[in-house]
Structures are given as C-alpha cells and as structure tokens.
Design a protein around this ligand. Structure first.
Ligand code: MGD
Ligand code: MGD
Ligand code: SF4
Ligand code: MO
Length: 822
C-alpha cells in the first residue's frame, strides 16, 4: 500500500533535516508558538545544547522532562529534577519520546482520501492538501449540517486530553456553541469510569483519588498494577523505593491480581483472585474489621455502650451504633455484610480463608492504611459494587483526608478566559437530540459519564440516529475499544476526520487527516492526573520547531470555529489561538505564585510546572481542618466538610448510597436486587462475555504507552522478553491448563470468543491462574506504522462490548475464551 505519501515541499524538507533557520520555523507556526531565543540559537547549528522544560506524554503520569536539543534535534530526554512527579527520574518510556518525534511513519501534513472505498485492505490513496482547504472542508460540512438542523450528526471524540488549550476551551466551547450533543465525548468509559463512579456513590466526589503513600504504613491494592501501569507510574516506583527501603516502619503491601505481575512479585503478599471477585474479598475484609472490632472509632463512630455487637450472621439493633462520618453502617451490616464471612469469600474468590483473614487483620490494625483499586477490580459488570466495597475499607480505617490516606486532587489557580461563551450563542446552540451514546438517557446509561463504546452499535442501528461526520482527537477506538472491529463498519458510513500525527487505524478510515504536532513540538497545558492532592499545573513547551506541516489540535479546532457561520465564529476569533488561552491561564499565577516562583506565562515556560503545597484539608482522628498558612489548625464545621470534602446528601461517607437509592428503579432493573438494597456495597455475580471457558485478561505492561508505543523499536525490544517475540506476543497459560489441551510452551494457539479468533504464542507458566490466560494489550495493530503493524495479537477484536450498567465502564477483563492449538 502506498499510503501516506506526502507533499515534501522545500520548506518541510529543510525543517525535517534540521537545516531550516528560525525564520522558516516561525513562519510555519504562524507566530503561535514561541520556542524561545535559546531554541532559535540551537537551531542555527552552533552546537550548543538547549534544555527545554516540558511534560512527557507517553502515559497519564505526565512527568516533567528536560528535553535536550542540539542543532535543532532532540538527542535526549531526562527527568526534570525540579518537578514534583518526576524528581529528575523517568520510567523507561520517557527517554523513548525521541521515537515519537522522529517516527518515520508520521503524517507529514494535512491529507485527503481519494479512494472512496474503505476497508483494511483498501489503500486510502491520500493526497496532500493545504491547511486552508482542509479546514474549509470541515467547516463546510459543519455549516451544512447546522443549516439542515442536523448539528447532532457531527461527533467529536477524544481520549488522552485534559488541558484547557484543547479540551477545556476549544472542545468544551464547541460543545456549548455549535449545537451537537456529541461534541466532546471522552474515552473515560474505556479507561477508569468504574473508579470514578464508585467514589461518587460513596463520598460524592466524581473523581480519581490522590494518595499520600509516603506516610502510609499499609497498602492494599486491588487490580491496580502499581509497578507497571497505575498512575503516576514513574513516581510510584520512587515511592516504592522509599516505602520499602528507607522508611521506618517499612510499608507493608498486599496486592490482589489475577496473575503474578511485577507488583504482586514485589509485594509482601500476592493474592491471585478469581477474575471479577474483588468485591467479595473486600466485603470479607470489612466483615473481619467489624467482627474483630478493628474499625477506626474516631471516624466511624461506636456502639453507644462501647460493646461490639458485630457478630457473624447476627443482625445488629438499628440505633445501637452512633455513626460519626459514615452513613448506613448497621443497615449495611444487616442487609449484606453479616453473612460475608471469610469462608464465604474463600468460596467465591478461590483464595484461602486464612489469607483473607490475615489480610483483613493486617489492614484493619495498621494505620494509616490505604485500599486502592483500578481497572482490574472495576472492568467487570459488577465493577462499581466491587469498587464501593473496596473504597469503604478506607472509611472503616479512617483514611479519608488523613495523613497517609487518600484525598482528591485540587485544581490550579488558573486565570479566566477573555470572553464568555454565553455571549456567542444562537438559537441552534442548544442540542435538541439525545447523545449518540445514549449517556444520560433512560434507554441507555443514565448514570454513566460517557459511553463511547456504544457509538458504533447505535449508529449502525440508527438509534437514536446516524452520524454524518466523526472527528477523533487522541483516541483510536477502532483498535482499543471492546469489539473494536465494529467501529470499522461505522467508519465506512461516515466522514471521518483524524488528527493523529501517526498512521493509526482511525487514519486508515479517515477522509481527512489534520495532523497534530507531537508532544515535543507543541505548547500545551498538561494538567496532572491526581497525584498528591496539592494543585499542580504543567506546561509543555516545544523543544523543536515542528518537523512537518502539522498544527496543534487546539488551534485546528479554533480555526474551524472561526469558519462556522454563526455568532460562535466571534468567540473563536476572540480566543484566536491556544497560546492566548495559555497566557490567560497563567494570569492566575500572578496572584498565587507557585512554590517554585512561577508567577507568569514566561516563568511557567521556564520551569514547566507551577505548584503550591500543601494540600488544603486534613482529617485528624475524626476532626476536619483547613490549612491556615502555617498548620492544619482551622477547624471545619460539618457543613463545610459536606460542601468541600464528603459531598453526599448526608455530608458523610455513604455506605448506604443516596446516589444509587435515588436511581433505585434503574439499578434494580439491571442488577435484580430489591430496591431497598441497591445502596450498599454488595456482592453481585459478574457476567462474562465470550462464551469460552478461560478468563481472558489483556492488561498493560510497563513498556507499553497506550496506543502510542506500538511503533517504537526500543519499546518493542525491551518488552520482548516478557511480552513476546519480534512478531508475536506471549500469552501466559498455567501448566495444568496447557497440559489438558496438549499445548506446549512456544506453541501457537487459536484464542476465540463469539466475536472471532486471534492467534498467540503460549508461554507456559505458573504465574497465572489455571482458569485464566493473560495476553497483553497494545500489540496486534493492523496499522500505526511499519513496526507496529502485523505484530502480535489484536485482543480487543475478540473482547465483547459489555459495560457496567452503573458506571458504563467497559468490562474488558470479563471475557472468557476458548484456546486450542492452531
Ligand atoms: N505502562 C503503562 N502505564 C499506564 C498506561 C499504559 O498504557 N502503559 N496507561 C495509563 C492508563 S490510561 C490507565 S487507565 C492506567 C490503568 O492502570 P491499571 O488499572 O493498573 O492497569 P491495567 O493493566 O488495565 O489493569 C491492572 C491489573 O488488573 C488485573 N486484573 C484483571 N482482571 C482482574 C480482576 O478481576 N481482579 C484483579 N484484582 N485484578 C485483575 C490485570 O492483570 C492487571 O495487572 O494505567 C496508566 N498507566
Ligand atoms: N484490552 C485492553 N484494552 C484497553 C486497555 C487495556 O488495558 N486492555 N486499556 C484501555 C484504556 S485504560 C484506555 S485509556 C484506552 C486508550 O485507548 P485510546 O482512547 O484509543 O487512546 P490511546 O491509545 O492513548 O491513543 C489513541 C490514538 O491517539 C493518536 N495520537 C497519539 N499521539 C497523538 C497526538 O499527539 N495528537 C493526536 N491528535 N493524536 C495522537 C494515535 O493515533 C493513537 O492511536 O484503551 C483501553 N483499551
Ligand atoms: S511514567 Fe509516564 S509520563 Fe512518566 S516518564 Fe514514564 S511514560 Fe512518561
Ligand atoms: Mo486509561
């Protein structure tokens, strides 16, 4: 296939070879990106090395990086020593960013498809177009849809983006002004919405947690791969070195997973649980904490007479317990927990009863302790209930907002935008149709945040309608969503716009590609994922002039906005460009300078990060305090706690969730328990897809950078020993399971579900459960560059599209497969 042949103008050629002077680069950028004097000098070829402070983009940890550039070429990426997440260190993927920038298969300028036929084996026959033509083509389509009152048939889907300069302002304002409910559907339901909803149901914060690991003495991790993936990976490794090394006492760790990953291997105790049963384990741990009287009385409360009445199998008199910061404890005990004994959980999880009891005693008697979970625990149909049971353990031991506990990330002190959207609305701005993913709709997923995985199904069925034009920013669901191949059918019927700098699977179905700069070429605010809670605002500054004729996505969307025939064009003209947005954000730092002195746009660029310590709130033995500038000394009233920290209707940690009870009819319909029981963390059997007999787990590994490492030769080379050979990925299978099927180490096997089959090479190992096979995600691309293509197994093509009815989280780890010799 001769795909992605590009127009190599003299200008882009010169830039690509690094011979272009600063002037050509500046013209290319339209004056938007000021790379700085120093970089201009570096580009001149005087041999000097320039260090640009920026932020890694190969995983959501967003580590601060020092990018070393000499003569206009990046030759090294190191950790920024003055950045609180990286502290001068990086994970192995950080330095490999060079491969992202210099990927030979990059899309080198805007392109349009000339072959109307679409399919994996169709050459799109892309031809270069100018930016003007490309932007005008998009604007013309969007104007026509609006004129026909069909604005809803335009969808803009995005993934790894959180910044004000791409999602916050350009996308969100488009959603507010253009008139389609489908502008800005994020990929969060492919990622971690299960954890977000579990928190929302219990403590009212629809968010991920921040963690104070360094002061914790016990970590209990469920389906979160702390030493290979869980965020922020690089800092987790630094934390690990401290809590397992210098710290006294050493923090004890129990990790729960379905196979022996690096985290389990390094933990004090690794529990290999049956997939989908983490909730049962957490309930039994809670049972032991209550029956053995290990709960934190200063936070939870106590029996009026101080005598513990929690006895296995026996109900407790309502009213006997005086609750402090929890709501519904005794109701929960009576309705669910009294029978969730370790023996019962041993039957469900296949773990040994004594291990469950030992874990519960350790967790319940070591303070401070943190129970955390991520995708392993919630990528199942019962994910939110599992997550609620786990998160409730934090309440039982008093870890909410405590030192050595967990909290929620604070936002930075950003300045306001120069204009308000409201002034640029017209009669068509308000959407009149439901969202294509039926999020929030009674027939769909009323409680979910996003349901991106439902889009192809709904489109193909024409329910609620058919899309016309679909634009993608930083997401490639045709590879990464469950039942991924269903997306291809939709993409054949729609006008597809991709913004990826790489020839992704989405690009192969694109009608138009408007390529983004890579992260080392763009000026971009890059908010942190929740870290330690104190506010942190990060900035990417280009380390080199863009190599090719690309444009930062935020600016692409602003330029489209300017071309819409409606008042909204005025808004985008006023915003004008992404640097302008970022300059306005930075104005907030004038009033609140960072601890590192950052108080302006210029100083932000110079340091790459603004932050202000400490975290603002703290719970100490059942009392809540605010930081008064010197100490956690300002006592908070229950009303303030409710407004700022425990944001539930009761103002407490709700073991009996008002949020779920409010939606009882819906929950009952899908889960089958009686309405009065929906609010409690409880055991719900997971529903499996696929129709096979072996659990199919497809996790991330350390060298894998979501959909962005597949074409990086060194990343591939470094993961080979664990994950595969040059063209194949290894699937872990237990010796008993292999023997029963006549499979030997190194055999190629066929792995099938009701959606189809893939092949994999088997690695026979005791590191996985006999009922579970493990095949890493990320390999098996059929596009995405020369080294990515045709290597390994495309796992999401056989994982069924089933979601947790509460969070809408895709149940990736719930499939069951049949494995036979190929
Ligand atoms: N190296 C690397 N790090 C990353 C990313 C990356 O692409 N590469 N991506 C980032 C993103 S977007 C996210 S969302 C986070 C996700 O971070 P994690 O949630 O930690 O990542 P996963 O690999 O999806 O799943 C974690 C673990 O769940 C296990 N598991 C599967 N089913 C079960 C189960 O039923 N119970 C239990 N207890 N465990 C189970 C898997 O074996 C796996 O070890 O990682 C981030 N960090
Ligand atoms: N089996 C299995 N499936 C999974 C997972 C798993 O662990 N196992 N993980 C899930 C999780 S947690 C997530 S978050 C999703 C992630 O899956 P996606 O939402 O698809 O996101 P990414 O893989 O991060 O990147 C998508 C695409 O963005 C494009 N891209 C890369 N860099 C840039 C850039 O600088 N600019 C622009 N405009 N585009 C760029 C590339 O084409 C890339 O393929 O996958 C999910 N799918
Ligand atoms: S942990 Fe993530 S952000 Fe940090 S260096 Fe590694 S890939 Fe980059
Ligand atoms: Mo994710």
């Amino acid at each position: 296939m001769t795909i992605l042949k590009t127009r190599t103008s003299r200008r882009t050629f010169l830039q690509a070879t690094g011979a272009a002077g600063a002037a050509a680069g500046a013209a290319h950028l339209g004056g938007l990106t000021t790379a700085g004097e120093a970089q201009a000098a570096a580009a001149k070829g005087d041999g000097k090395t320039v260090v640009t402070k920026s932020i890694c983009a190969q995983c959501p940890a967003r580590c601060g990086i020092d990018v070393h550039t000499t003569d206009g070429r990046v030759h090294g990426i190191y950790g920024n020593p003055d950045h609180p997440i990286s502290n001068g260190k990086l994970c192995p993927k950080g330095p490999l960013g060079l491969y992202v920038l210099y990927d030979p298969d990059r899309v080198k300028g805007p392109m349009k498809r000339t072959n109307p036929a679409k399919g994996r084996n169709e050459d799109p026959k892309f031809v270069p177009v100018s930016w003007d033509e490309a932007l005008n083509t998009v604007a013309a389509r969007l104007n026509t849809l609006r004129e026909k009152n069909e604005a809803h048939r335009f969808a803009l889907l995005f993934g790894r983006g959180w910044g004000a300069s791409e999602v916050g302002v350009p996308i969100n304002s488009f959603a507010a002004l253009y008139g389609s409910p489908n502008v800005g559907i994020g990929h969060s339901s492919l990622c971690s919405d299960g954890s977000v909803l579990a928190k929302q149901c219990t403590d009212g914060n629809a968010s991920y947690n921040s963690y104070d690991y360094r002061n914790a003495n016990y970590l209990l991790m469920f389906g979160a791969n702390f030493l290979e993936a869980f965020r922020p990976y690089n800092n987790n490794m630094q934390v690990w070195g401290y809590i397992r090394g210098d710290k006294a006492p050493k923090t004890r760790v129990t990790a729960v997973d379905v196979h022996m990953n690096q985290t389990l291997a390094a933990a004090d105790r690794g529990l290999m649980v049956k997939p989908g049963t983490d909730g049962a384990l957490a309930l039994a741990i809670a049972h032991v904490i209550l029956t053995e009287g290990l709960w934190e009385r200063s936070f939870v409360g106590d029996f009026a007479d101080g005598v513990n009445q929690f006895k296995s199998g026996q109900a407790v008199e309502p009213g006997a317990f005086r609750e402090k910061w929890v709501h519904g404890l005794v109701d929960w005990w009576n309705a669910e927990l009294k029978d969730r004994t370790p023996r019962w959980a041993a039957g469900v999880t296949t773990l040994a009863e004594r291990d469950i009891v030992a874990t519960a005693r350790e967790f319940g008697s070591t303070r401070p302790a943190i129970a955390l979970f991520e995708r392993g625990a919630h990528n199942h149909s019962n994910g939110v209930y599992n997550g609620m049971a786990i998160h409730t353990l934090n309440a039982l031991v008093g870890s909410l907002y405590s030192e050595g506990g967990l909290a929620y990330q604070m936002g930075p002190a950003y300045g306001d935008m120069p204009v308000k959207e409201d002034e640029f609305k017209d009669a068509l701005s308000k959407p009149t149709q439901p969202r294509i993913d039926l999020k929030g709709h009674a027939d769909g997923y009323p409680l979910a945040k996003n349901m991106i995985q439902e889009i192809p199904k709904n489109h193909l069925a024409g329910k609620p309608y058919k899309l016309d034009t679909v634009m993608f920013y930083m997401t490639n669901p045709v590879f990464s969503a469950p039942n991924a191949t269903e997306w291809e059918r939709m993409m054949k019927e729609t006008f597809v716009i991709d913004t990826s700098p790489f020839p992704s699977e989405t690009s192969m179905y694109a009608d138009l590609i408007l390529p983004d700069h890579t992260y080392l070429e763009r000026l971009q605010d890059a908010p942190t994922y929740p870290f330690q809670g104190f506010p942190l605002a990060q900035l990417r500054t280009p380390a080199v002039k863009p190599l090719y004729d690309t444009k930062y996505f935020g600016d692409t969307l602003i330029e489209i906005g300017k071309r819409i025939k409606a008042p909204m064009a005025g808004y985008y003209k006023a915003i004008d460009n992404t640097e302008n947005i970022i300059r306005h954000l930075a104005k907030g730092f004038e009033k609140q300078p960072g601890d590192n002195g950052v108080n302006s746009f210029e100083s932000w660029k110079e340091k790459g990060v603004w932050y202000r310590k400490p975290y603002h709130w703290r719970q100490v033995r059942g009392d809540f305090f605010e930081w008064d500038g010197k100490a956690y000394a300002k006592a908070m009233s229950p009303e303030e706690v409710k407004a700022k920290l425990l944001k539930t209707p009761s103002g407490k940690f709700e073991i009996r969730s008002s949020y779920l009870e409010k939606n009882a009819a819906y929950v009952t319909r899908h889960f089958g328990m009686p309405a009065e029981k929906v609010g409690y963390p409880q055991w719900v059997e997971p529903r499996h897809t696929g129709g096979g007999d072996l659990h199919f787990i497809t996790p991330k590994n350390a060298l894998h950078a979501e959909g962005r490492s597949a074409n990086m030769p060194h990343a591939i080379a470094l993961m080979q020993p664990a994950a595969g050979g040059q063209r194949q990925t290894l699937m872990e299978m237990h010796p008993d399971t292999a023997r029963a099927r006549g499979i030997r180490d190194g055999d190629t096997v066929k792995v099938s579900t009701d959606l189809g089959s893939i092949t994999a090479v088997v690695r026979v190992t005791q590191l996985t459960r006999p009922d579970t096979v493990v095949l890493p995600f990320e390999h098996g691309h059929w596009a995405h560059g020369r080294w990515a293509k045709g290597r390994g197994s495309f796992v999401d093509s056989i994982v069924g599209n089933q979601s947790d009815r509460i969070s809408g989280m895709a149940s990736y780890y719930t499939a069951k497969v049949k494995v036979e010799r190929a």
